[in-house]
Design a protein around this ligand. Structure first.
Ligand SMILES: CC(C)(COP(=O)(O)OP(=O)(O)OC[C@H]1O[C@@H](n2cnc3c(N)ncnc32)[C@H](O)[C@@H]1OP(=O)(O)O)[C@@H](O)C(=O)NCCC(=O)NCCS
Length: 155
C-alpha cells in the first residue's frame, strides 16, 4: 500500500478460520484455551502487520474472556481489527465465533484486546501510521481504545 494513502480499518482486518481437531482439545473434547490464545495472537498480529507494514511484537493481551466452550469438530472464525494506533503501539480487538456445522448454530465465544508494537530490524519500537475509523462501530472502538490503554498502562 502507498504510504501516502489514508489507512482505513477495513484494509487491515483479518478473518481466520480453523477447524477444531482432536489434537486441539482437552479431555472433555473442548478446545484448549492455549490453542485459542495462539490463534488469537496470530490473527491479531497479521492485522497489526498489515496495517503498519512492520514486524509487530505482542506487548500485552488483556480482557481475554471465555464466554462458552468450543467443541471438537466445530469451526472457529476469528475476526481481528486494529482499533487504534497510539505512537509505536496499536490496539487490536479480536472476536471469536464458533460454528456447529451440523446445526448451523453460531455463537460468540471469546473477545480479546491485544497491544502490538511495530519494531525495526533491531527490535526497537518505530512509529506506526495512524488509522482512520469510518463506521459508527469503528469510531466507538477507536474512542474506547484510549480508555483501555490508559487503564492498561496504569496497571
Ligand atoms: C514491546 C517492546 C518492543 C516495548 O519496548 P520498550 O523498550 O518497552 O518500548 P517503549 O517503552 O518505548 O514502549 C513502546 C510502546 O509499547 C507500549 N507498551 C510497552 N509495554 C506495554 C504493555 N505492557 N502494555 C501495553 N503497551 C505497552 C508503550 O506504551 C509504547 O507505546 P506508544 O509508543 O504507542 O506510546 C519490548 O518490551 C519487547 O520487545 N517486548 C517483548 C515482545 C515479545 O517478545 N513478544 C512476544 C513475541 S511477538
Amino acid at each position: 500500500m502507498s504510504t501516502n494513502k489514508k489507512r482505513f480499518v477495513k484494509y487491515s482486518q483479518v478473518e481466520m478460520t480453523q477447524l477444531v481437531l482432536p489434537n486441539d482439545t482437552n479431555q472433555l473434547g473442548n478446545l484448549l484455551g492455549g490453542r485459542l490464545m495462539e490463534w488469537i495472537d496470530i490473527a491479531a498480529a497479521i492485522a497489526a502487520q498489515r496495517h503498519s507494514n512492520r514486524v509487530c511484537v505482542t506487548a500485552a493481551l488483556d480482557n481475554l474472556v471465555f464466554h462458552h466452550p468450543i467443541h471438537l469438530g466445530e469451526v472457529v472464525t476469528l475476526r481481528a481489527s486494529v482499533n487504534r494506533v497510539f505512537s509505536t503501539s496499536m490496539e487490536v480487538g479480536v472476536i471469536v465465533i464458533a460454528e456447529n456445522q451440523l446445526t448451523s448454530d453460531r455463537r460468540l465465544t471469546n473477545t480479546a484486546y491485544l497491544t502490538f508494537v511495530g519494531v525495526d530490524d533491531h527490535g526497537q519500537p518505530v512509529k506506526v501510521p495512524s488509522i482512520h475509523p469510518q463506521s459508527k462501530d469503528e469510531k466507538r472502538r477507536f474512542k474506547e481504545a484510549l480508555d483501555r490503554r490508559n487503564k492498561r498502562l496504569a496497571k
